[in-house]
Write a protein that binds this ligand. Structure first.
Ligand SMILES: [Zn+2]
Length: 163
């Protein structure tokens, strides 16, 4: 019974998208750390991806609204926790695909020891890209430029506990 409810909650969480990238869910971003289902309440623990990015209060509200639609619980508790820290490795394969569809290069999987990273162009897969502006439109994205297809594109900055 509780197990079934937990599955329903996970389904509801899949409906909660990143406020800025509406094709990627908080599950695919790797934000959901724990779902604990009780008799008439549920506790959902989320890892913030970046400080103040994306809008955490919007996500919190959307999580509550989506889970409330199940009509299972008297109380829905959403908590942001910082341990373990979110890293860009937590983005699922599905999430990486969705980011690409949105024209955003998924976070790089390899970061050198000196902290250098590289992403391929999400449009043409070219590796011939340069960083135009490390400070993108939001704290979590950078602007890059593809020298092959001449498109600017955004990339999710890597976040790793190694850095
Ligand atoms: Zn390109």
């Amino acid at each position: 019974m509780l197990r079934e409810r937990e599955n329903s909650v996970m389904e509801a969480l899949k409906q909660v998208k990143d406020p800025e990238i509406d094709s990627i869910s908080i599950i695919d971003l790797g934000m959901v750390e724990k779902v604990e289902v009780f008799e008439d309440s549920v506790l959902i623990e989320l890892l913030p991806t970046f400080m103040g990015c994306p809008a955490l209060d919007i996500i919190q509200r959307n999580v509550v609204n989506s889970v409330a639609e199940l009509n299972f619980f008297k109380q829905i508790k959403v908590q942001f926790i910082y341990h373990p820290p979110w890293t860009s490795d937590r983005v699922s394969d599905e999430g990486r695909l969705r980011l690409k569809e949105f024209g955003i290069a998924p976070p790089p999987t390899r970061i050198t020891e000196t902290g250098e990273w590289h992403v391929d162009c999400p449009y043409c897969e070219s590796t011939y890209t340069t960083i135009e502006n490390i400070f993108g439109p939001t704290a979590c994205r950078s602007i890059l430029y593809c020298r092959t297809c001449k498109n600017p594109f955004e990339a999710m900055k890597p976040v790793s506990t190694m850095m």
